[in-house]
Design a protein around this ligand. Structure first.
Ligand code: UD1
Length: 336
């Protein structure tokens, strides 16, 4: 049985599908602070098999311990956490509490229960402003905001666990920009309020829920002047977790980028979305967003070498799947 923390969320629901499709059993622990349990019912219909669910907070060490014991958990995939950069600047303590304290309590519960395998959801944000591209795993780590620092500190905690105990199996996955949705259109990203990230904003403009997109800057040193990112299909990302889990048969620590290795610009995303959806995405050019870098993309070759994983879904498919989810669920899970 695999424990999936934060499993009702956007990435979690896709990881749950990947695990169930591979024949594994899953128990989700989620406090539902930024997710809807309807996602888990949808996972059931996609896979024809339910996930177990426990509503609890990772900071509640006793609750986590009980789940580990009651479900005979053998490995943990830890996704639970807060993830908005802007909010982390305004409320840093919430980020340290949920992300750092939450991870610490989870590790303590695992240690008590004798579970020593964990895959952790980290982020390319731990690298900070790139000194070179593509970013490989040995690039220096210098996150530039509280959210990024919480991811960095949890990584440090895991490296310390690895150093102090020879028996732990640890996977650290650094995500680039997850977008898209399951091809069924049944699960996808359902941001609370106004989306911060590009793809959900584009999708909401395309279906008419928002009037227009603001492109944050077109004077970057990139081919068309707009920001360049490594967008990765959430189903490819989810399969990366399965790969990491399979790789962690022996004690050790594995740190891997999950990206495509290809950068796409904001304008490329808009045009691709328009082309695959047949809808228009009106936009205006605004000033640069504070904290943004010109370009950021991965060298994903280590993940391929180590676990035979690589992304297979194109930007067209990311846009098509994101659009299908948004069109089938214009108000997200709330409208279901
Ligand atoms: C953001 C976070 C990053 C986090 C990642 C998770 C910031 C500064 N960084 O990355 O830490 O790990 O999300 O997915 O928030 N854009 C627009 N208009 C919009 C929204 C975005 O032009 O309305 C542009 C941005 O300027 C950027 C690109 O689209 O060039 C991608 O932005 P976004 O989706 O927010 O991702 P990141 O900034 O890469």
């Amino acid at each position: 049985m695999i424990l999936l923390t934060g499993g009702a969320g956007y990435i979690g629901s896709h990881v749950a599908v990947a695990l169930l499709d591979a024949g594994l059993d899953v128990v989700v622990l989620d406090n539902l602070s930024n997710s809807n349990p309807a996602s888990l019912a949808r996972v059931h219909s996609i896979c024809g098999r339910p996930v177990h669910f426990q509503q609890a907070d990772v900071r509640d060490e006793e609750a986590v311990y009980q789940v580990l014991k009651n479900y005979s958990v053998t490995a943990v995939i830890h996704l639970a956490g807060l993830k908005a950069v802007g909010e982390s600047n305004e409320r840093p303590l919430s980020y340290y509490d949920n992300n750092v304290v939450g991870s610490m309590r989870l590790l303590a519960a695992m240690q008590r229960a004798g579970v020593a395998t964990i895959v952790f959801s980290s982020s390319a944000t731990v690298y900070g402003a790139p000194s070179y591209l593509p970013l490989d795993e040995s690039h220096s780590l210098a996150p530039t905001n509280p959210y990024g620092r919480t991811k960095f500190f949890v990584e440090e905690m895991l490296r310390d666990m690895h150093a102090s105990r020879g028996d732990w199996r640890i996977g650290i996955l650094r995500y680039f920009n997850p977008v898209g949705a399951h091809e069924s259109g049944l699960i996808g990203e359902d941001p609370l309020g106004v989306p911060n990230n590009l793809m959900p904003f584009v999708a909401q403009v395309a279906i008419g829920r928002r009037e227009k997109l603001t492109v944050w800057g077109n004077d970057y040193p990139t081919p068309d002047g707009t920001g360049v990112r490594d967008f990765i299909h959430v189903s490819d990302l989810a399969e990366g977790h399965l790969g990491a889990l399979r790789q962690l048969k022996e004690p050790g620590i594995l740190t891997l980028n999950l990206g495509t290795g290809e950068g796409s610009s904001v304008l490329q995303v808009i045009r691709t979305f328009e082309a695959v959806s047949g809808r228009s995405v009106p936009y205006e050019i605004g000033g640069r967003r504070t904290g943004d870098v010109a370009a950021c993309y991965a060298d994903p070759s280590l993940a391929r070498t180590v676990m035979g994983w690589k992304s297979t879904r194109s930007l067209m498919q990311m846009c098509a799947d994101h659009c299908r989810w948004q069109s089938m669920n214009p108000a997200g899970y709330a409208g279901a």
